[in-house]
Design a protein around this ligand. Sequence first.
Ligand SMILES: NC(=O)c1ccc[n+]([C@@H]2O[C@H](COP(=O)([O-])OP(=O)(O)OC[C@H]3O[C@@H](n4cnc5c(N)ncnc54)[C@H](O)[C@@H]3O)[C@@H](O)[C@H]2O)c1
Ligand SMILES: C[N+](C)(C)CC=O
Length: 505
Amino acid sequence: MAAPSAIPRRGLFIGGGWREPSLGRRLPVVNPATEATIGDIPAATAEDVELAVSAARDAFGRDGGRHWSRAPGAVRAKYLKAIAAKIKDKKSYLALLETLDSGKPLDEAAGDMEDVAACFEYYADLAEALDGKQRAPISLPMENFESYVLKEPIGVVGLITPWNYPLLMATWKVAPALAAGCTAVLKPSELASLTCLELGGICAEIGLPPGVLNIITGLGTEAGAPLASHPHVDKIAFTGSTETGKRIMITASQMVKPVSLELGGKSPLIVFDDVDIDKAVEWAMFGCFANAGQVCSATSRLLLHEKIAKRFLDRLVAWAKSIKISDPLEEGCRLGSVVSEGQYQKIMKFISTARCEGATILYGGARPQHLKRGFFIEPTIITNVSTSMQIWREEVFGPVICVKEFRTEREAVELANDTHYGLAGAVISNDLERCERISKAIQSGIVWINCSQPCFVQAPWGGNKRSGFGRELGQWGLDNYLSVKQVTKYCSDEPYGWYRPPSKL
Ligand SMILES: NC(=O)c1ccc[n+]([C@@H]2O[C@H](COP(=O)([O-])OP(=O)(O)OC[C@H]3O[C@@H](n4cnc5c(N)ncnc54)[C@H](O)[C@@H]3O)[C@@H](O)[C@H]2O)c1
Ligand SMILES: C[N+](C)(C)CC=O
């Protein structure tokens, strides 16, 4: 598909309309595959956060919430379905913008847009089902009391998201938040905001009530931080790095504001000696080279049974050599550029540190020779790794896999759990009992058996340890935006009888 001649020039989406940022500043948008500046986005500051939060508060309480926060779930579902339909109509265009903004292959971006539409549809159904789940009775041990539960929207929520799946990661928060009846301020990453701004356009087109979703772009420190610390924001849902997650938690703790955190990872993939090697190699590649490895759950630590390690690595190198690395708009591209020059430099530094610490760069580790411009990095396989090395311990967020061998199941599990992170893990073996044992032993929120990375909107997503807490997707994703209220009624005609009545004399 040909690139559009101009990227749409958008303002901030606040109160149902477009506004220039208060200080009039904008940030350049660079296509990481060409290094060309292709447009710009507004740079919001605290003044704009104030307006966006105020618009969201008004929308939450408007007419006593009759049109949104207390409306029947079917009303909100209608809007979510309309958004999904528009996303489907504009799929090719949105995928193109996502690719130009982030460098991901167009096929991947198109898949992301399908997932975005599916997520809005899924939460439309959950919004409709929510009314039927209200007043769920609680069984009590005393018959003169009745108790039930109300699930109510938390209020105004701040949604802060990363650049690796820009519109999809935003949707994982926007769709359940709106389904629950919350109103929201979304702050996408300054490195890739184009499709999130288009979501604003879609909300305007379908007539979403003003202020229900507000979208402010800008730097983390200038737009994200004032959103996280705003006293009228009732919850922060954050996806991003562990470092920023810690900062958000500290800020939120000052107001005892609930947070949910989806953070980084350094996930293991364990491969036993009873597998079909080529099948397993393909999952290992998908696990760490899809989206150029810029995936929170990337299985970037590969643990190979010593009996197959040599054969596996020979095949892994052969498969890695065959990946089409090109401009992400080219047909068949399977490895695009990384998102920015900063990310490129960071990944290259990880590779050079690994080399200095004594690891072997078995394959890759450099810019592909046929691509002179753009932030491209070869798929990189690193061996001779020790558990104290940076490459084993820290999240690279690039197409870089590090490899260690193991002898026993126990050793594999120990190596897999040798990390501060706990987002995901994977095991490949034909012995399914062993796979079940390992899925219990791995300390993470997600375990894949005989695959790596597939992700379904129906299933819970989230991590343990320094990968965060709270779960997105599925019913758990909706619960993130609901507060639970207990209502208990005394239903006897008799006095309670704890105190003696005073004398009537
Ligand atoms: N667990 C998951 O589901 C998941 C999914 C995708 C990405 N991630 C993680 O995200 C990271 C990559 O994303 P990134 O580089 O955009 O992360 P990041 O932490 O740099 O930025 C994430 C968001 O936070 C904002 N931000 C930065 N500083 C802030 C501050 N002080 N206060 C408030 N907001 C601030 C940024 O502008 C951006 O919108 C990786 O670590 C990856 O593993 C996790
Ligand atoms: C959840 N996922 C895999 C789509 C994106 C994580 O970075």
